[in-house]
Write a protein that binds this ligand. Sequence first.
Ligand code: NAG
Ligand code: NAG
Ligand code: NAG
Ligand code: NAG
Ligand code: NAG
Ligand code: NAG
Ligand code: NAG
Ligand code: NAG
Length: 282
Amino acid sequence: MANFQFISLLLTTFFLFSLCTSRDTITLDAPLTYGDTLLSSGGVFTLGFFTSNNMKYLGIWYTQIIQQTVGWVANRDNPMLDSTGILSLNTNGSILQLQNGSAKVFWSTSPMNRVTAVASLLDTGNFVLMDNNTSIILWQSFDHPTDTLLPGLKVGLIMGQPRFLTSWTSSDNPSSSNYTIKLDSAGFPEYFILDRSKRVYRTGPRNERQFSGEPEMETDSKLIFVLVSNPNETYYTFYVNDTSLISRLVLNQSFLQRYVSDGSGWTLYWSLPRDQCDNYAQ
Ligand SMILES: *[C@@H]1O[C@H](CO)[C@@H](O)[C@H](O)[C@H]1NC(C)=O
Ligand SMILES: *[C@@H]1O[C@H](CO)[C@@H](O)[C@H](O)[C@H]1NC(C)=O
Ligand SMILES: *[C@@H]1O[C@H](CO)[C@@H](O)[C@H](O)[C@H]1NC(C)=O
Ligand SMILES: *[C@@H]1O[C@H](CO)[C@@H](O)[C@H](O)[C@H]1NC(C)=O
Ligand SMILES: *[C@@H]1O[C@H](CO)[C@@H](O)[C@H](O)[C@H]1NC(C)=O
Ligand SMILES: *[C@@H]1O[C@H](CO)[C@@H](O)[C@H](O)[C@H]1NC(C)=O
Ligand SMILES: *[C@@H]1O[C@H](CO)[C@@H](O)[C@H](O)[C@H]1NC(C)=O
Ligand SMILES: *[C@@H]1O[C@H](CO)[C@@H](O)[C@H](O)[C@H]1NC(C)=O
């Protein structure tokens, strides 16, 4: 017990120390170089470089969960081969760009009107590029999800733009697989897991409380699901009504999984399809 307390004191001290010496923002004169990280202001998320299958990626993961869990990847389909990566702001067009030591661009945001921009990692896990003078958001990672739905991230159709999840190719390869989960808003909003264009699974249309086929996706007092539909946007998101609970939804190939955590490891809360009968057209 004493040992445990000592270790947890040590970890807490280390964590607080990290908080004090870290930053959450990239500015023009302070880019992020390989090995360096951004820590969101409350310490919840970290942004930095990670290695998977010997390739280097820029991503966002949960700071306190020991088993590194990446929720967003910038260059998922364009991995870097060495440790010369640098994420910086370019004055010409206010773009955020990931380059290697010989200035080859591996990922970037699209150019915008010239403004003085800064890029900050928020405690929600959203990485935002904003005008430093007005705080208007110019670009955000929540508009470009990879395989993970974090609380507050919207999947659906936002101002005519589809926003969906695409699973990793395998557990150690973040590159885009053929599996996506997309909204079909033609009738009542309904989500489909697709293998390229082939429908492999459907949630069923949403009624007042839940997707008809999915008691799992029903709101309880801790996990609040929201389906919003108005002329501008139709989307699904969720919130966690318990500060001690962490939850994420991830598309793992043809499975949609909800994981919950108390801050240590992850527990699989549910996985869909539950069985063969759930598969589309069966
Ligand atoms: C700035 O961007 C424009 C348009 O993309 C490009 O033509 C020009 O070469 C860039 N200038 C510099 C200095 O990068
Ligand atoms: C940058 O990437 C290119 C293309 O992959 C590669 O040829 C070059 O060696 C890399 N440069 C450095 C310094 O890593
Ligand atoms: C941003 O604010 C600074 C200082 O107030 C000012 O010098 C600069 O011109 C502003 N930039 C833009 C694009 O408005
Ligand atoms: C952002 O704005 C703050 C306050 O207005 C200013 O102190 C800082 O220098 C600006 N940073 C950049 C990169 O423009
Ligand atoms: C999906 O989950 C299973 C079991 O947890 C795992 O074996 C598999 O590698 C995962 N697939 C991906 C693409 O992460
Ligand atoms: C996607 O499907 C095509 C056609 O079946 C296949 O050739 C390709 O390897 C698949 N891609 C991945 C990442 O599995
Ligand atoms: C959120 O949690 C509080 C406290 O447990 C509870 O009173 C409240 O009803 C919950 N909110 C919702 C929308 O379920
Ligand atoms: C839809 O977007 C327009 C333009 O941004 C805005 O004026 C309007 O209030 C929005 N409607 C809803 C229901 O959010």
